[in-house]
Ligand binder design. Structure first.
Ligand code: SF4
Length: 304
């Protein structure tokens, strides 16, 4: 169950939000194109740090050459790289999907397993990817939490949690299992179209129950419990991600494809090189300032 910070207002009912979302997105679904669980699994891995449109442009050629796990398991990653190049991080991803296919063949006869526990033992498969595949291709209720779901649920006031696992737990507790996957799909569509990083609250059909406009001085939420005092409606500030004991600081990241990509793109030298770059600029401008002054003095001396 959600753990409300002391003094925080009540959560917004998930069913009320889902009802409004379904009025505008009557048949929410993943925007990844796929024909079976294997294709969706590979497409979801390829979608890390990419867009669904880019993945959908790439996968027809990939699956024409490698239609199943057995075919992809014996592929040379170097041959796969040019096919998936447009999705970005093609070297990491080509190795990942070939290794993943080899494990599917070796341990599951080439099929995609239909349980969270088994799926998440596969290389590069985290809870989000597993939930996408379970909920859409295997008929097993799953509620994927991506960055859109994290952002939108926090703004609306559907949860006090700040981690994907916590948000998934809260939403699953608040809704019947039959609604889990479409709730996630509808939140993702809403996060892409209306509740973007810069939200279009004036056009939003969830605004009447959303805490965010109230927090930011816009529309007040209807009959959902005003905040007691202090911070206007909305949740209390979540604990810092670096606070001792916070869930984020205690957990090492899972070795998923997304985390692998983040590691490859994080340059520990970036901060220091930026600092040394600034220092170099300051130094050079100091030098040129001094040089100009010296030149001025020389000119005066010559005139004298
Ligand atoms: S009202 Fe604004 S913050 Fe709330 S869901 Fe709509 S767009 Fe997002």
């Amino acid at each position: 169950m959600p753990r409300a910070p002391k003094g925080a207002p009540t959560l917004v009912p998930a069913a009320a939000v889902l009802e409004r979302l379904l009025r505008h997105y009557p048949t929410p679904d993943t925007e990844l194109a796929y024909r079976n669980a294997f294709e969706l699994l590979i497409a979801t891995v390829l979608s890390a740090q990419s867009t669904d449109r880019r993945v959908n442009e790439t996968t027809p050629a990939l699956f024409a050459l490698y239609p199943d796990a057995r075919a992809l398991a014996v592929a040379d990653p170097a041959d796969v790289e040019p096919i998936i190049h447009a999705t970005g991080f093609f070297r990491v991803k080509s190795r990942a999907i070939v290794t993943l296919s080899q494990r599917l063949v070796a341990e599951h006869g080439g099929d995609v397993p239909a349980t969270m526990d088994t799926l998440t033992t596969l290389p590069g498969v985290g809870r989000k990817t597993a939930n996408v595949v379970l909920g859409h291709a295997l008929g097993v209720p799953g509620l994927p939490v991506d960055r859109h779901v994290l952002r939108v649920t926090e703004r609306i006031g559907l949860t006090f949690e700040t981690t994907p696992e916590g948000v998934e737990r809260d939403l699953c507790a608040a809704l019947p299992a039959s609604d889990w996957t479409r709730m996630s799909d509808a939140l993702i569509l809403h996060g892409r179209r209306i509740c973007r990083p810069r939200p279009l609250c004036g056009e939003c059909f969830v605004a009447d129950v959303c805490r965010y406009p109230f927090k930011t001085g816009g529309i007040a939420p209807l009959d959902l419990g005003a905040p007691p005092t202090g911070r206007p409606a909305g949740r209390a500030r979540p604990p810092s991600r670096n606070a001792p004991g916070s869930q984020r600081s205690d957990k090492a990241p899972r070795p998923t494809i997304g985390n692998a990509i983040k590691r490859t793109t994080t340059n520990p030298q970036a901060g220091s090189s930026r600092r040394s770059g600034n220092a170099a600029k300051a130094d050079s401008s100091r030098r040129s300032g001094n040089a100009a002054k010296a030149e001025g003095r020389r000119t005066k001396a010559v005139k004298k």
